[in-house]
Design a protein around this ligand. Structure first.
Ligand SMILES: O=C1O[C@H](COP(=O)(O)O)[C@@H](O)[C@H](O)[C@H]1O
Length: 276
């Protein structure tokens, strides 16, 4: 396989919370305040959502937060870092879980336009008149959707903030969960997808079910202004410590997820227990 490049971007900073519920509440409050800050200087805001235990718990906390109503959701775009390649509405799809936890109510009650909800095409979806039957077709369709939203006035960065990379929006915050094997999005240790170029990649043979997935690449992740990795539980402590210590990306993919301006690791005490 092609080796993943050494990570550039902002060095990681870890913030530790006592347990998973406080972690989810704090991540949600932090996310909403970040959106408010960004909306004071530019629009639209591009957020990348994650699946996973803490990721979905964080979205549920956003839904219940009083800060939610301070955001202008008409000027927010939602994207996903990865997706399980399953039929639309499958309960294991990250999109389905995110819609149940938050996105559905933002569209129904908070003015988020459905056209701003950019889910990765599901198995059997029809995009531009063609059926999406493989992870590669879904990945290609998503890359095209990302490219349509790249290069807008909201892309203008701060001085020195112009990373090379595939055509994707400058994500304001990109959320990632992390598996106990150190995977982020659907980029797994030792997997050929780690070396993928372009914005997205179709994934086969995922060690975590389901085997077929779609993921942003490191190139796309590295275009985010801020990357936040959220993780809870003792089973995450080994990979968290390794990633924070700069482990090889091929062994601990989470080590390669960095934002241009900020890389935050939001951990609970158990997940931080091995970190020095
Ligand atoms: O399969 C996935 O797993 C990771 C982490 O999930 P967790 O339940 O261990 O927190 C998640 O971040 C990713 O988006 C998802 O597709």
């Amino acid at each position: 396989m092609t080796a993943a490049a050494a990570p550039g971007g902002a060095a990681p900073l870890a913030v530790v919370h006592p347990g998973p519920e406080v972690l989810a509440q704090a991540a949600a409050a932090r996310l909403l305040l970040r959106v408010l800050d960004v909306q004071s200087v530019r629009a639209p805001v591009h957020l990348v959502l994650t699946g996973g235990t803490v990721g979905i718990r964080t979205l549920a906390a956003v839904a219940d937060s009083p800060l939610r109503d301070a955001v202008d959701w008409t000027q927010v775009h939602l994207w996903w870092g990865d997706e399980r390649f399953l039929a639309d509405g499958d309960p294991d799809r990250n999109e389905t879980q995110a819609r149940d936890a938050l996105v559905g109510s933002l569209v129904a009650r908070s003015g988020l336009p459905e056209a701003h909800v950019h889910a990765m095409p599901a198995l059997g979806a029809v995009v531009d008149g063609r059926s999406v039957d493989t992870p590669e077709e879904s990945a290609a369709a998503y890359a095209a959707e990302l490219a349509r939203h790249a290069g807008g006035p909201d892309d203008a960065g701060e001085p020195g903030d112009a990373p090379d990379g595939p055509p994707v929006p400058r994500f304001d915050v990109l959320l990632l969960g992390m598996g106990p094997d150190g995977h982020v999005a659907s980029l797994f240790p030792g997997h050929v997808a780690l070396g993928a170029t372009g914005a997205t990649v179709g994934v086969h043979g995922s060690p975590k079910p389901p085997p077929e997935r779609v993921s942003l690449t490191f190139g796309a992740i590295g275009r985010a202004r801020e990357v936040w990795v959220v993780a809870a539980g003792a089973e995450k402590s080994g990979p968290a410590a390794a990633a924070l210590a700069g482990a090889p990306v091929t062994e601990v993919p989470a080590a390669g997820a960095r934002g241009t301006a900020r890389t935050l690791w939001l951990l609970d005490a158990a997940a931080a227990s091995t970190a020095g």
